[in-house]
Ligand binder design. Structure first.
Ligand SMILES: [Zn+2]
Length: 480
């Protein structure tokens, strides 16, 4: 009898496999996977949140999405997204993003952040542990409600004592234990941090096997305080500590010196250091006007004036008086800072070391438009990136960076059997950003479908309401 059952199974199991019905089948699209180099018309079968089958043969699905003429790619991964609110997540989804992480600065309280997001997130989320917040705590200074950066003052501008550095380490260890993916250091926002304090934080990261993501100490054009010196500092800290290093927005931190800064990154990598970097495709930055970035001397350092500062939304350019008023205000105001040229930004993306990350938040068009802008500007208009290269910068490269923090990232950023079903389906002829400095939250167009963990979040170009498929991405120190 047992033999009979085994025989039946042997005969019928290939037939069963053939007749499998997937939850979703994406049919006839141009499937692109940057890791294997696949770029061909295929059918993709998705079930239980995973990509189960990629095949030239017809697949059965409870839902079949017809995708001829559309590109089917891994969902975009944004390592640098400050705006974690639902409104920002809606425009991120329409920009093709399935995972958006706060890795530059890090949320001040990891457990509270993760708790607030659970079951309420459209796309996947996660955060670094915040050095700036740990430092504020060690100095007894409050963080603004819901904010990432403290107002400039003793906690940002003064050197820390040995005990205070120890207190920061205790706090950061706690935050890593709560699920943080890395240590985030906005060194420019804590100018009082000595070289030694920075090295101590890198050592802590190395001890726990996580990377340091950093906004470097200065985006200055002059010595001392140049961007080149600042990039040297963190490469040095990575070298002596062994911690992997990710330098955020090399476009704005290095501006016209970006080619030189990229030479430093390439040199470090050639000598075996684990150093990566990212950029966003806009000439203006955005930050808090009461932060230490605007400590005295900022105009000379960055080569800008009051007129280069703009209040988001209103388009108001600042004067000296208006600057003083906002800089000294206790409540934080975001400010858009025009300090770069699109020519310099465009050249950064041609470098194969540079991945895409938005630095997104409400008030700047990069929040809504970064990823589709890469496809429209560099792939379709300027033709400086191939579709495969652009997709690699937005999927595989950030996933590989995340693998330093969590092995589950090996299932992200890939369109392969067994990978997580985070998938974007877009029209390569029409995909485009629509957000501007005047209308920063206008959603991109051209993303026809977006699946997060196999759940359809964008359907025929429209957001599906009432689904929250986003899941936490947790560092290895948190019990999973
Ligand atoms: Zn930054």
């Amino acid at each position: 009898m047992r033999w009979f059952v085994v025989c039946l199974a042997a005969i019928f199991s290939p037939l069963l496999a053939l007749s499998q019905t997937y939850d979703v089948v994406i049919q006839g699209g141009r499937v692109i996977d940057p890791e294997t180099g696949l770029d061909a018309v295929r059918n993709v079968g998705i079930a239980q949140g995973k990509i189960r089958k990629i095949s030239a043969a017809t697949l059965d699905g409870k839902r079949v999405i017809s995708a001829p003429g559309l590109v089917v790619a891994p969902g975009f991964i944004d390592l640098h997204q400050h705006g974690q609110d639902l409104e920002s997540q809606r425009v991120k989804a329409l920009d093709g993003v399935t995972t958006a992480l706060e890795m530059e600065i890090g949320k001040p309280d990891v457990a509270t952040f993760l708790q607030a997001k659970e079951g309420r997130s459209l796309i996947n989320y996660g955060t670094a542990a915040s050095h700036v917040a740990a430092r504020s705590l060690a100095f007894g200074a409050p963080m603004p409600e819901g904010g990432l950066l403290p107002k400039s003052g003793a906690a940002t501008d003064e050197p820390a004592s040995v005990d205070q550095i120890e207190a920061m380490k205790v706090r950061l260890r706690h935050e890593l234990g709560a699920g943080a993916l890395a240590i985030g250091m906005g060194i420019q926002y804590t100018p009082g941090a000595t070289r030694w304090e920075v090295i101590e934080m890198f050592r802590l990261a190395a001890e726990h096997g996580v990377p340091v993501y950093t906004h470097v100490r200065s985006s200055g054009k002059q010595e001392p305080g140049s961007s080149v010196e600042s990039v040297e500092e963190v490469i040095g800290a990575a070298a002596v500590s062994g911690a992997p290093l990710h330098i955020v927005h090399i476009n704005s931190s290095c501006a016209s010196r970006a080619p030189d800064c990229l030479t430093l990154v390439a040199g470090a990598r050639a000598r075996g250091l684990d150093v990566t970097t990212e950029a966003y495709p806009y000439e203006a930055g955005m930050t808090y006007i009461n932060s230490a970035l605007f400590n005295p001397g900022w105009q000379e350092k960055f080569g800008v004036t009051y007129h280069d500062l703009m209040l988001p939304g209103s388009g108001e350019r600042l004067t000296k008086e208006r600057f003083e008023e906002l800089h000294n205000a206790s409540e934080p105001h975001l400010i858009v800072l025009f300090s770069n040229t699109m020519e310099a930004v465009d050249s950064v993306f041609r470098n194969p070391l540079v991945m895409v990350a938005s630095d997104g938040d409400k008030g700047h068009p990069r929040n809504a438009g970064t990823f589709c802008r890469i496809l429209s500007r560099y792939v379709r208009s300027q033709r400086t990136l191939t579709l495969m290269d652009a997709i690699r910068k937005m999927t595989l490269m950030p996933a590989q960076m995340l693998e330093r923090s969590t092995p589950s990232a090996r299932l992200k950023g890939r369109l392969q059997e067994g990978a997580d079903a985070d998938v974007v389906v877009f029209d390569p002829q029409t995909v485009s950003d629509r957000s501007t400095y005047d209308h920063p939250m206008t959603a991109s167009v051209g993303v026809q479908y977006l699946l997060v963990g196999g759940v359809t979040l964008v359907d025929k170009g429209k957001l599906v309401e009432g689904v929250f498929p986003g899941r936490a991405q947790l560092g290895g120190m948190k019990p999973q």
